[in-house]
Design a protein. Structure first.
Length: 367
């Protein structure tokens, strides 16, 4: 059903070409690019808007329309959310409003999505790799008997109009491109902050297609008893921080991680680390950065004592400015950092912290 191709970091820029092949007749009816819009408690998840930006590129390449899919109970609220979708690139929004869709539950959302797909036949369906999106994507792909590529870091269209979805594999040591050749829709999930947020276009409008959905409440096994806010919502917010300082094994000890925290606090940013130090217990799991942790896109990223393995690279390369500190001049992180400093992070971090503290104090007095 799918083809797996190992790729070097240079080769990932464009999918390998294949001889042009006529699309099977039963797949020609599938057209357009869809993005599932994760909408809960009156808010659209930012990853859905990020995916609209990426979906816009795919749709333009294919010469088709980009659609958002909204599921919920309050029609007026869904219409307002559709406005956000149009302003971030969607041409139309498919919308199903039903009381059984008020809160996320796998069964009604899966049924609603598969009904929409079977009715309108998109060729590509993208979802955010959030807790909700991962649960829904797996169920929808299984129900539709199609392919799903999870946690993608790049999306493109090959010569045969197939979605070329790139993701790390073999523990992050390789990148691979996966194609779903004989089934539709082609599905992929992408984690928050992997794709750049598209520029909002105020006043941009589009079409809304309302699709009736009816599922008896008594046929749904799960029930919503009450809603409890996430207790960790006030913890690490790495994905949307403007400044992130992170540490790796080059810090030498858990005690030295305090140097990372101190610099992050002075810069009013967030702090995190690599998978190896998370596995050692130096940092909690919610502060792990990389393919199996958080993907970040800050304005400034300072990497202290981090070698820069591909698993970490794919989680940080969207940063506007990457400053790397490492004693090894040949460390992989210097291949993609904007500024590289060959030094011992445990000695340089305190100096940086003091320098930033003095500079910021002067700026505050001057301001």
């Amino acid at each position: 059903m799918r083809r797996l191709t190992a790729m070097t970091k240079e080769a990932q820029k464009a999918p390998a070409g294949r001889a042009k092949k006529e699309l099977p007749e039963h797949l020609k009816a599938y057209r357009h690019v869809w993005v599932f819009i994760e909408y809960e408690r009156g808010a659209v998840h930012p990853v859905s808007l990020e995916l609209l930006g990426e979906g816009r590129k795919l749709a333009d390449t294919l010469g088709v329309e980009l659609a958002g899919v909204l599921l919920g109970a309050d029609r007026a609220a869904l219409v307002a959310a559709a406005g956000q979708c149009f302003e971030h690139g969607a041409d139309l929004v498919y919308m199903s409003a039903s009381e059984v869709l008020r809160d996320y539950r796998n069964a009604p959302f899966t049924n609603a999505m598969t009904d929409l797909v079977n009715t309108y036949k998109p060729e590509i369906l993208l979802l955010g790799a959030t807790t909700l999106g991962r649960d829904l994507a797996g169920a929808v792909a299984t129900t539709l008997l199609t392919g799903l590529t999870a946690d993608c870091t790049a999306l493109a269209i090959d010569d045969n109009r197939s979605l070329a979805a790139t993701r790390p594999t073999f523990g992050g040591s390789l990148l691979c491109t996966i194609l779903t050749l004989n089934f539709r829709p082609q599905m992929a999930t992408v984690r928050p902050r992997v794709m750049r947020m598209p520029e909002r276009q105020p006043g941009r409008s589009g079409r809304i297609v309302e699709h009736a959905f009816d599922m008896p409440e008594e046929s749904i096994a799960t029930k919503i008893v009450r809603f409890m806010p996430d207790r960790t919502s006030d913890k690490a917010q790495l994905a949307y921080a403007d400044v992130v300082v992170a540490g790796g094994l080059g810090l030498k000890s858990a005690a030295n991680y305090a140097l990372v925290v101190e610099l992050a606090q002075v810069l009013r940013g967030e702090h995190g680390g690599t998978r190896p130090i998370a596995q050692k217990g130096w940092i909690p799991p919610d502060r792990q950065i990389g393919q199996t942790g958080k993907t970040i896109r800050p304005r400034l990223y300072i990497a202290a004592g981090i070698s820069g393995a591909i698993q970490h690279r794919v989680g940080v390369e969207g940063a506007d400015l990457i400053v790397a500190i490492n004693t090894d001049a040949n460390a992989p992180i210097f291949d993609f950092a904007h500024v590289g400093i060959v030094a011992d992070a445990t000695q340089l971090l305190p100096a940086l912290t003091e320098a930033f503290r003095r500079r910021l104090a002067v700026n505050r007095l001057a301001g």
